[in-house]
Ligand binder design. Structure first.
Ligand SMILES: [Zn+2]
Length: 174
C-alpha cells in the first residue's frame, strides 16, 4: 500500500479497528485490512504500538505485588495446610475412638446382660433394677466417646492458644 493512497477516513478506520481489536477482536477481513494499512502507515503503526504499550503497562501494574506479600501468603498457606493435616489426624483419632467404644459396647452387651441378670437373681432384685444397670452399662461407651471428644478438643485448644499471651490450659467445668 502506498502512503499517498491512504485517505483520512482509512486512518480513522484503522485506529477504530486497533481499539476494537483489544475489546472484541476483528474479523479476518478487518485484520487483513488493518495489517495492510499499518504496513503502509507509520502514524497508525505508532498509534498501535502506543496502544499495546499502554495495555502492557496496565496489565503489568495490576499483577505486580509487593515482594513480601507473596512470601507471607505462601507461608500462610503452608501454615493452613499443616493445620488441616493436624485436624485430619485428630478427626481420625476421634472416629477410631468412637468406633472402638461402640464395638466394645456391642460385643460386651450379651455378657453384660447375663451378668446383670445373674446379679439381679442372686441379689433378688426387681427386674427393672438390673435392666437399668444394663442400660447404664450402655452409657459407658457413650461416656468414653464423650471423653475422647473432650480430650481431642482440649488438645486442639491447647495447640491453638500456644504462643498467645492469654493462652494456657482452660479448666473444664463438668
Ligand atoms: Zn493510518
Amino acid at each position: 500500500m502506498n502512503k499517498k493512497e491512504v485517505s483520512t477516513g482509512s486512518h480513522e478506520r484503522a485506529r477504530r479497528l486497533i481499539d476494537v481489536e483489544r475489546v472484541e477482536g476483528l474479523t479476518p477481513e478487518e485484520r487483513r485490512w488493518l495489517q495492510d494499512h499499518l504496513a503502509g502507515c507509520e502514524a497508525c503503526a505508532g498509534w498501535e504500538a502506543s496502544a499495546k504499550a499502554a495495555l502492557r503497562a496496565f496489565t503489568s501494574v495490576s499483577v505486580v505485588l509487593p515482594p513480601g506479600l507473596a512470601a507471607s501468603a505462601s507461608l500462610r498457606l503452608r501454615e493452613k495446610a499443616a493445620e488441616l493435616k493436624q485436624q485430619r489426624a485428630r478427626n481420625l483419632a476421634l472416629i477410631v475412638g468412637c468406633t472402638l467404644s461402640w464395638v466394645a459396647g456391642v460385643a460386651s452387651a450379651p455378657l453384660v446382660w447375663r451378668l446383670c441378670a445373674w446379679f439381679g437373681a442372686a441379689l433378688d432384685l426387681p427386674r427393672i433394677v438390673w435392666k437399668l444397670a444394663f442400660v447404664c452399662w450402655w452409657f459407658v461407651p457413650i461416656a468414653a466417646a464423650g471423653l475422647v471428644i473432650l480430650w481431642v478438643r482440649s488438645r486442639a485448644e491447647l495447640e491453638g492458644s500456644n504462643g498467645s499471651p492469654e493462652g494456657g490450659p482452660r479448666p473444664y467445668t463438668w
